[in-house]
Design a protein around this ligand. Structure first.
Ligand code: UT7
Length: 320
């Protein structure tokens, strides 16, 4: 049996401040009804003073370590997916490392926007397979509230802050673990979802800009294709899936993707109603919710998928 990575613990963190659609409707020209009908979102969490991508990531990581029963000092690798790091450098992963009291391990950030967690998971999986670490923390953490244009109703209602984490452990026995991952990018669509600032261009942080309708159109096609591709690589078919843990951008995208794959919508984990789109955090946040409420059980076949700015997209098939 070849070396694989098992998911042995999950954790999540949300800022306490919860912002409802009704509250947003006091700031921009929108309604609770429009947001729910077009997106499925009812509320989102927004980071307050002192709450950052690294602090949320640390909280999620501590919960994942506790769930796994693994000491922080056993972690040999931290991969943190984010597009909203605390600072341009050092990597937020190293802030998390220090907050966890780990003196020496591999630690770096990955930036693939909403697909960031899938990229981070695939990198960590392959580093574990290659013998670089026996235990890894893979985290998605974001504070998109800091890059939203709070006057643009077409984007500010869609996103939220939060973090999710998993602990991976190397194994050479059994049939569980990450069975296959597949990643894609197509930079020709970079102008459909981007931030209008940056270190080497404007020297400012910038604000998120999105042509939502066009992103939506690509999302369903790309997600269905990468799910098929990853299932085939893992030697499984869609009828065998117990749970889909998708990126939580829009309830209509989740429904359309499930339909395209012929999947029962009841097998799709949905958190977009309460978390909105938390970019790289959304998949591990949703995974943690479904593990903790008992829906996802050991031995289940789960698929994780995401699509985001770049465009980037990817999927993973996991025997949990
Ligand atoms: O995480 C990365 C991936 N991101 C995504 O997957 C996002 C994908 N896109 C979407 O989720 C949807 O396209 C949106 C939710 C962003 C927009 O839904 P839509 O059905 O595509 O609406 P639209 O952009 O075509 O806008 C329809 C109308 C427009 O008015 P007119 O031009 O028809 O008069 C908008 O100005 O809705 C208007 N509108 C709003 N109205 C009330 C846009 N935002 C709002 C709003 N409240 N917040």
């Amino acid at each position: 049996m070849s070396r694989r990575a098992l998911i042995v613990g999950t954790g999540a963190a949300l800022p306490p401040r919860r912002v409802t659609n009704t509250e947003l409707a006091e700031r921009v020209d929108t309604t609770h009804e429009w947001i729910v009908e077009r997106t499925g979102i009812e509320a989102r969490h927004v980071a307050g003073d002192g709450e950052t991508t690294a602090t949320l990531a640390t909280e999620a990581a501590k919960k994942a370590l506790a769930a796994a029963g693994i000491e922080a000092k056993e972690i040999g690798l931290i991969v943190l997916a984010t597009s909203t790091p605390d600072q341009t450098f050092p990597a937020s992963a190293t802030r998390v490392q220090t907050a966890l009291g780990i003196d020496d391990c591999i630690a770096f950030d990955v930036q693939a926007v909403c697909t960031g967690f899938l990229y981070a998971l695939s990198i960590a999986d392959n580093m574990i397979k290659g013998g670089m670490a026996d235990h890894a923390l893979v985290i998605g953490s974001e504070t998109f509230s800091r890059i939203l244009d709070w006057e643009d109703r077409a984007t500010c209602v869609l996103f939220g802050d939060g973090a999710g984490a998993v602990v991976l452990k190397a194994t050479e026995t059994g049939d569980k673990g990450i069975l296959a991952t597949r990643l894609h990018a197509d930079g020709r669509h970079g102008d459909l979802l981007y931030v209008d600032g940056g270190v080497s261009t404007t020297g400012t942080v910038g604000k998120l800009r999105m042509k939502g309708k066009e992103v939506f159109r690509h999302a369903v096609t790309n997600l269905a294709a990468v799910l098929d591709e990853t299932l085939e690589a893992a030697g499984h078919v869609s009828s065998e899936i117990d749970w889909v843990v998708p990126h939580q951008a829009n309830k209509r995208i989740l429904d359309a993707t499930a339909k395209k794959l012929g999947l029962d919508p009841a097998k799709v984990i949905v958190t977009v109603d309460q978390h909105a789109n938390t970019s790289a955090a959304s998949v591990p946040l949703a995974l943690d919710v479904a593990v903790r409420d008992g829906r996802i059980k050991p031995g289940d076949l789960i698929v994780l998928e995401a699509m985001g700015g770049g465009f980037t997209w990817g999927a993973a098939v996991v025997r949990y």
